[in-house]
Design a protein around this ligand. Structure first.
Ligand SMILES: *Cc1c(COP(=O)(O)O)cnc(C)c1O
Ligand SMILES: [Zn+2]
Length: 445
């Protein structure tokens, strides 16, 4: 069985490139490149056969198929030699039935897919395993690549640094100074990457890394490189698989550079084309109001689009004013009858804290998605008997400062509704006993 994939210009000019070429934009017209698959060849297996293969591999440890991404290798990057794959068995992140939160808002079939339960704590691992594996293959084939580089809002750099270190390849990461969490900053430092902290924002770092990667020995790892989207699209397949191949009604996803929502749409469309599902879910893309170019474009029916200067947001991983995957995301939204919602700092912080009170540990971006959920339910766009899956993009433990500041009621532009600061007492039994009594009576009243 020989399956193939290649790059093809998204603007439809027809140019194709090998995925082993060092190329990020169409040399003909400047369009981004998408990975295409030979779907006619993939149809040699029936939908039932593909489901059976994917289900069987989900329970094995056989290299590399034990990974949630590489268990779908034929759909992701079929021609890669298995021994060049760089994987940490990413994927298989659990879906959490948020029954208590769902009960509170009247949506009983509410699930949160915890993509942050992953090696470096965010969904970025899904894409990075593919990109670094392709680089490993290129180096094995004699390409003179010396380093991989990215601009990042914190999670891409953590993933790149870890996968590059596992492969023994040098990583270079460009971070906007003071705009990533301390946990995100220390991850690439620990993994031995060259960490450059620049006095600019993400969009500024992106410009410089693009200039750096004009040197073909420095390979660009940002999501304009669509290899990452190939890995990330497995989230769509995996979440449907987790529901015994039933399609949910809604998927809500927080968006910045718009790579992940594009990937989600791509995975859904491939499943539909190959007959594994017969309908598409609706997608709700959630943005922070402080970084909302996609929302503003949606308001014009995607007729108009202009980049914005992104303002600071607690959801720092989506503080992006000029999203690279805009065109791809529009396609995904249009295919999936999508909507775009925006939320304020107050809304995202309180949504995360409210979810935490029901057993979650939501990062601020997941807070953005949850706040969008609350608004869409209030407006009746999402109906209460529908099955809703919220994509949680990172682990809350990567954003401790956000949590601490919330519970100390020190966040800007947020009126904290669920603060729960620790109670500081002398080490005295009576005082402790009396205080617990007070707490108990407070929660009973
Ligand atoms: C990268 C990231 C996003 C946004 O994904 P895009 O592909 O840039 O839209 C959302 N949340 C977290 C935690 C991220 O790391
Ligand atoms: Zn082109």
């Amino acid at each position: 069985m020989s399956y193939q994939s290649w790059y093809e210009c998204v603007r439809g000019c027809g140019r194709k490139y090998s995925i082993y070429e060092v190329v990020y934009r169409c040399e003909e017209c400047g369009g981004l490149l998408d990975v295409q698959h030979d779907t006619e060849a993939l149809k040699d297996r029936s939908p039932a056969e593909w489901k059976q293969i994917f289900d069987r591999r989900s329970r094995t440890n056989e290299w590399p198929f034990g990974s949630g991404v590489w268990g779908k290798k034929e759909w992701v990057c079929p021609q890669l030699v298995d021994e060049n794959i760089v994987s940490m068995y990413e994927g298989h992140s659990n879906s959490f039935w948020a029954s208590k939160l769902g009960e509170e808002i009247g949506v009983e079939d509410l699930w949160i897919k915890l993509c942050g339960n992953s090696h470096t704590g965010s969904f970025k691992d899904l894409g990075m395993t593919v990109l670094v594996s392709v680089v490993q293959q290129m180096i094995a084939d004699g390409k003179p690549i010396k380093a991989v580089a990215c601009a990042s809002t914190g999670d891409t750099s953590a993933a790149l640094a870890a996968y590059a270190a596992a492969a023994g390849i040098q990583a270079i990461v460009l971070l906007p100074r003071g705009k990533v969490s301390i946990e995100q900053l220390i991850q690439p430092i620990a993994n031995g990457a060259t960490v450059l902290s620049l006095d600019t924002d993400f969009d500024g770092c992106m410009q410089i890394v693009q200039q750096l990667s004009a040197d073909p020995s420095i390979y660009l790892a940002n999501s304009m490189n669509s290899l990452r989207i190939e890995g990330q699209k497995t989230v769509a397949i995996e979440l449907v698989q987790q529901f015994d191949w039933q399609v949910p009604d809604w998927i809500i996803i927080p968006c910045g550079n718009l790579g992940n929502v594009s990937a989600l749409g791509k995975g859904l469309l491939l499943m539909k084309e190959l007959g594994l599902i017969d309908r598409l879910p609706r997608i709700a893309c959630a943005q922070a109001q402080n970084a909302n170019p996609f929302y503003l474009s949606y308001e014009t029916g995607f007729e108009e689009y202009s980049p914005v200067m992104a303002k600071p947001t607690l959801a720092s991983a989506i503080q992006i004013g000029n999203p690279v995957s805009y065109e791809r995301a529009v396609k995904a939204l249009q295919a999936c009858d999508g909507v775009v919602e925006q939320v304020t700092e107050d809304e995202l912080a309180n949504a995360a804290a409210r979810a935490d009170r029901t057993g979650s540990y939501a990062c601020p971006h997941t807070g953005v998605a949850l706040a969008a959920l609350f608004k869409l339910v209030d407006r009746g766009v999402i109906e209460k008997d529908q099955r809703v899956i919220v994509i949680s993009t990172a682990h809350g433990l990567k954003f401790s400062r956000f949590k601490v500041d919330y519970h100390q009621q020190e966040l800007q532009a947020v009126l904290e509704q669920y603060p729960n600061p620790p109670i500081e007492l002398p080490a005295d039994y009576e005082t402790v006993r009396n205080t617990i009594g007070d707490v108990g009576s407070k929660s009973n009243s």
